[in-house]
Every structure is written in C-alpha cells, then in structure tokens.
Design a protein around this ligand. Structure first.
Ligand code: GLU
Length: 315
C-alpha cells in the first residue's frame, strides 16, 4: 500500500500555510488509499520549542486530520542516522569539515551560487579524491559533508512537472551532520522516509531544491527508488513573502481560541485549493472534493478579507 507522511517540525504552532499543505497531503492520501505516518521532525535542537510537538498534534486532531502510524519522534533513536553516516564515511562519500561560518561566507562570496537561503560550499575541506574513513564519529567536533557530483539531476514532480537542478551549483557539498553531531535535515528525512516505507511525498515547494539532494542520498545509501514527489505552492502574505509571524498571528490555534470552528479553517483552505468559494467544510468533505489538477499553480495570498471571514462567525 502506498504511504505518505506528515512531517511537522515543532518549531512553533502551525499556521494556515502549514495546515494547507498538511490538509492537501492528507486529502490525497485518503483519496488514494495511502497510509499516513506522522513524524515529528524534532532534531533541530535550539529552535524546537517545548510543548510545540504536542500542540501540533493537537491542532491536526482538532481539524480532523488523522494518521495510521505514529507519532514517531526523530530524537527517540539516533542509531539509524548514525548507521547511515557510518556507511557513507566508510565508502568515502562524506568528509569532515572544520570551516567556520565566516570562511564559508567568504568563499561563497567569491563564487557563483544559486540558492536564496543557503550559502554554497566551495569545497575547502573536500579531499581531492574520495577518502574512505573508518567511520563517522560525532566526537571530534567536525561537521560532515556529502561529496556532490557535478552536473544536473533530473526528476519529475507530480505538480511542478519535470525538473533539472544542479546541487553542485546551488549549495555544493551539503551537510549530513552538524558540528554538534546531529544528523542534518537532508540525511534524517531520507533515512526516515526509507525505513518508514514512505513512497509518496507531498510538501511545500520551498523544499523543491532539496529533492535532488535527497535523491542523491537515496542513491549513495542504496535505498532503492526514491519516492514520488509532489511540491505545492506556498501560502504568502500580502507582501508576497512566505506566511510567517511578520504577517500577524496566523496560527490556527489563535483562531481556535477566538472560537473559530475547524470547518471554517478547512473552508478557507478549500477556497485556496481550487474548491468552492469560502464555505464551511469538514475534512472528509474536503477530501471528497479535492482535485490536484484544480489546485491553483500560483502562490496563494492570505488577505485581510480571509482573516475577516474566518472571524465572522466566531463566538
Ligand atoms: N519538517 C519539514 C518542515 O516542517 C518538512 C520536511 C519534508 O517534508 O521533507 O518544513
């Protein structure tokens, strides 16, 4: 049976943008008969807020989104990530890096790079040829990077169509383990998707450029064929930037506290997702009516009218 996952990072409460992605993912799963795994991506230490994981689970349940397996917490068992790092190190696919952030920034400034959010690593610590090591060790304070080959990688996204991206030109040799000995997001997500049997990934299109990195890890770790990818446009504020705190309080919990019903939140998301104009809907009605082919291709803008409509009927 196909499997997907909801993979929230509990860095704060869910806002309307996160929830739109989860709702569409869940609706596709329920339509397609896929199993749903709930995975809490809590490796990202300092940014993880206490109670946030519980809050995220509670918000999903309040909306009526359910899952068949989990919640699984990444921090519960680090052994599978360490085993993957060990395997890569023994094959010379990864190498330790002791560059400071300022060295990386300096090198990146003098070389072209194409990713908005991440600096390109130009390979200061990269051995000239793959150097197999005894294994990966978290103890020596080095970060670890994957050797990224030159050239473009190709994949087909179910929503965005054929893609062709060069990781060596955007971020270069990317991190698989941080200086603190924590597995990176890229490594952890691949190890987990593979061991949890996830073959359908639906997520925001801010992660489209991570996909070739993850496909490369599938290959290097010999995990079999990578999953099928569906990247959805993000929800943005009136200024065109990704929905976040700067746009005011768009946390679903805050609307809930104002007395807004879950059907109203789902109704707003339906109006952003190619379904009827704003009207209250249950998640089951949303799942029955949702059609990926009708999902608007552009980013969705959260407006003051959307906010007013949510609050109109609150008690
Ligand atoms: N945990 C990630 C996030 O909340 C999602 C990771 C993924 O879908 O691959 O942005």
């Amino acid at each position: 049976m196909p499997r997907t996952r909801l993979a929230p990072s509990p860095t704060g409460a869910l806002h309307l943008g996160n929830v739109r992605t989860f709702l569409v993912n869940w609706a596709m799963a329920r339509q397609g008969g896929w199993e749903v795994v709930l995975r809490i991506e809590d490796l990202d230490g300092p940014r993880i807020k206490e109670q946030a994981a519980r809050g995220v689970i509670d918000t999903l349940a309040w909306l009526g989104i359910d899952w068949d397996d989990g919640p699984h917490y990444q921090t519960a068992d680090l052994a599978p990530y360490h085993a993957a790092l060990d395997r890569l190190a023994k094959r010379g696919e990864i190498y330790p890096c002791r560059c400071s952030r300022s060295q990386i920034a300096e090198d990146a400034a003098s070389a072209p790079h194409g990713d908005q959010h991440e600096l390109r690593y130009t390979g200061r610590c990269r051995p000239a040829s793959p150097a197999p090591l005894d294994g990966w060790s978290p103890a020596d304070g080095a970060a670890w990077r994957l050797r990224v080959p030159e050239g473009k990688q190709h994949f087909v996204d179910q929503f965005c169509g054929p893609q062709s991206l060069s990781t060596d030109q955007t971020v270069g040799d990317f991190l698989v383990s941080t200086k603190a000995g924590t597995p990176s997001y890229q490594l952890a997500v691949v190890v987990d998707d593979a061991r949890q049997g996830v073959d359908q990934i639906v997520r925001g299109d801010d992660l489209l450029t991570s996909t070739p990195r993850q496909e490369l890890l599938y290959e290097r770790l010999e995990l079999g064929p990578p999953p099928t990818w569906t990247h959805l446009p993000l929800v943005v504020g009136p200024d065109g930037r990704r929905l976040a705190k700067r746009h005011g309080d768009t946390r679903v919990d805050s609307y809930r506290q104002e007395g807004v019903r879950p059907e109203r939140v789902v109704g707003l998301i339906a109006s952003w997702s190619g379904l009827a104009m704003r009207e209250e809907l249950s998640v089951a009605e949303f799942a029955a009516a949702f059609d990926l082919a009708r999902l608007p291709r552009d980013r969705v803008t959260f407006t003051a009218e959307d906010d007013a409509w949510l609050l109109e009927q609150s008690s």
